[in-house]
Ligand binder design. Structure first.
Ligand SMILES: [Zn+2]
Ligand SMILES: [Zn+2]
Length: 287
C-alpha cells in the first residue's frame, strides 16, 4: 500500500492512498490544481482516483471538493450530514450528488476497505479512517481531527501497519501564542485537536509490534513546528518505530507499507515475533 500526503496541516489536508489499481483521496483541503500537480510529481493522474472520501466539513478538508469532482470527475463519498453541511458552502459549488456512508461503518472501494470511526471533533458528523487492503490485509490509519484521545483509539492503533496521526499543537506554543483565548480553548478542548504531548503519549502506549512507521500530521501553522513535534515524540518513544512528519505546505511520500509476511520475516530476524502473527501469508503482493 502506498501513502502520499499531498498536504497535511491546519491550512489544508489531502491524502492519497493506493493499492494496486485502486487510488483514493481522503479530504480535499487544497485546490484541485495543487492536488493534480502534486500527484503528477509521483506519476499519478488525479482522474484515476476512484473516490474522494471526506472526513468532515471543515474548510481545511473540503475547500477543493468542487474542483476535484467537476474538473477531474472524482466521485465524492461522505456521510449524509457531512455532505449536507459541505454542499451548502459557496466554495463547493454545484455537485451532482455524493455517495453516502454511515459514520462508524465500513465500506469498500475497489480493493480498499474504508473503516470509519466517529470522532468527538467539533464537526457535524466527523470521522477518521482505517484503510485496509482486503487482499494483503495491510492496514493504514488516517487519524486526524480527533477532538481528544477517545476510548478505543489506542486499541485501533495496535492493529495498524502504519499510521498518520494528528499532532496539532505544542501546549506551550498554543498557551503563549497569538490566538484569542476562545480559540485556544477550542483547540485544546474536547472537540478540538490533540497536542504533540497527547499524540506522543498515545503512540508510546500502543503495542508497536505491527507498526512499520508513524507520521505526524495536521500540524498547526501557528502553534507548532515539525522540529518541536518530532522532539516531543522522540523523547517519548525513541526508536520504537520510524517516525516522519508530513509537510504542512507540500507533499510527503511515505515508505511503502509492506505485507505482513514481510513484517513477519523482519520481526523473526530480530526476535520480536508476536506469537499470534500469521506466518503463512503470501508475500507475492508487493503493494
Ligand atoms: Zn476539523
Ligand atoms: Zn482539520
Amino acid at each position: 500500500m502506498e501513502v502520499i500526503t499531498l498536504q497535511s496541516g491546519s491550512s489544508g489536508n489531502c491524502v492519497f492512498v493506493r493499492s494496486g489499481e485502486t487510488c483514493l483521496l481522503f479530504d480535499a483541503g487544497i485546490s484541485g490544481v495543487k492536488a493534480q500537480s502534486r500527484l503528477a510529481e509521483y506519476g499519478y493522474d488525479i482522474r484515476d482516483c476512484c473516490g474522494l472520501v471526506l472526513s468532515h466539513e471543515h474548510s481545511d478538508h473540503i475547500c477543493g471538493v468542487g474542483a476535484f469532482h467537476r474538473k477531474f470527475g472524482v466521485p465524492v463519498y461522505a456521510t449524509m450530514r457531512t455532505w449536507n453541511a459541505t454542499r451548502v458552502k459557496p466554495a463547493t459549488g454545484h455537485i451532482n450528488g455524493a455517495k453516502h456512508f454511515v459514520a462508524g461503518e465500513a465500506f469498500q472501494i475497489g480493493s480498499l476497505r474504508v473503516e470509519t470511526l466517529r470522532t468527538p471533533h467539533d464537526a457535524i458528523d466527523g470521522v477518521c479512517f482505517v484503510i485496509e487492503d482486503t487482499d494483503s490485509r495491510q492496514r493504514f490509519g488516517l487519524l486526524t481531527d480527533l477532538g481528544h484521545v477517545f476510548n478505543g483509539l489506542r486499541d485501533i492503533i495496535s492493529t495498524l501497519d502504519a499510521v498518520l496521526i494528528e499532532s496539532n499543537y505544542d501546549e506551550v506554543m498554543l498557551r503563549e501564542g497569538p490566538y484569542p483565548q476562545h480559540l485556544k480553548n477550542r483547540i485544546s478542548g474536547k472537540g478540538g485537536h490533540i497536542s504533540n504531548e497527547d499524540a506522543a503519549e498515545l503512540l508510546d502506549s500502543c503495542d508497536p509490534q505491527r507498526l512499520q512507521w508513524a507520521c505526524l500530521g495536521h500540524l498547526s501553522a501557528h502553534n507548532n513546528c515539525p522540529e518541536v513535534a518530532m522532539a516531543t515524540h522522540r523523547q517519548r518513544h525513541t526508536n520504537r518505530f520510524p517516525l516522519f512528519c508530513a509537510d504542512r505546505d507540500g507533499s510527503t511520500q511515505l515508505p511503502r507499507i509492506e505485507s505482513k509476511a514481510f513484517a513477519f520475516h523482519a520481526a523473526s530476524i530480530d526476535s520480536r515475533l508476536p506469537v499470534e502473527t500469521p506466518c503463512n501469508v503470501a508475500m507475492s503482493r508487493s503493494i
